[in-house]
Design a protein around this ligand. Sequence first.
Ligand SMILES: *Cc1c(COP(=O)(O)O)cnc(C)c1O
Length: 298
Amino acid sequence: MNVPEQIITFEGVSIKIKREDLLHPFVSGNKFRKLKYNLLEAKNQKKTVLLTFGGAFSNHILATAAAGFENGFKTIGIIRGDELVEKINQNPTLKKASEFGMTFEFVTREEYRKKTSEEFIQKLTQKFGDFYLLPEGGTNDLAIKGCEEILNSDDLTYINVCCAVGTGGTISGVINSTSNVQKVWGFPALKGSFLKEDIRKFANKDNWELVDGYDFGGYGKISDELIFFINEFYSKYKIPLDPIYTGKMMFGVFEKIKEGFFKKDEKILVIHTGGLQGIDGMNIALKNKNFNTIQFND
Ligand SMILES: *Cc1c(COP(=O)(O)O)cnc(C)c1O
């Protein structure tokens, strides 16, 4: 499935943006790609329930709820933070996911850390019965297979391909579908030395590198500078970016152009992996702290 593409120019460098965010209103971007073959597998296995994990503003949680709803699955979300149980309706992500019929199980941060243990999974089976398990962030072999469909044959002329990195699943699929003369640059949205190892597990080429320095202090952390950048980017190019992944990546891409790291004659392809659903929740948090908010004004 091909998505719309837009070409923008920054300091004389041409950048093609692949609008994966436009794939679906709620199952946005890479989460759509990651779910595709997992949903087929769940159907093959005659499963009727999808169970997965995520934080309060998780793109993957909402994507699973919406895709599950559309494909006739019941969905269960194991959510980090037991304090959220009272706040579903104040949280735009959880509210929307519950409208798609998702059942929540709120767990403490401590319990959440044990989520991959056999004991924890067994407890969930006792409580909810049989289910098809999707890992946090949706990354598994079938998710990588789906992400291998992000690039198409026209994209092979782009020497530089840029992608935001969370668990590393998306970039792994992208890497697997590149040619050897291409180079994939990953912009991590969080701190973590484990990322490279994780990508090596799934990627079958080594034509990639991580570009550090644009995580803005860690996962979900943002600054006024980033918000200003996202708002300016929209004013100039009319393309919305999210503050957790694509905003940080694009900020990094622009900095690397300013530094001369990306050269004028090298075309750049940037993947917009989506995540726009998280903006409302982020703006509520920003307002509570009296910070500037993300505003897409025309
Ligand atoms: C989840 C997500 C990512 C990270 O994808 P991984 O496969 O976990 O690396 C990037 N961008 C957006 C918008 C996301 O929602």
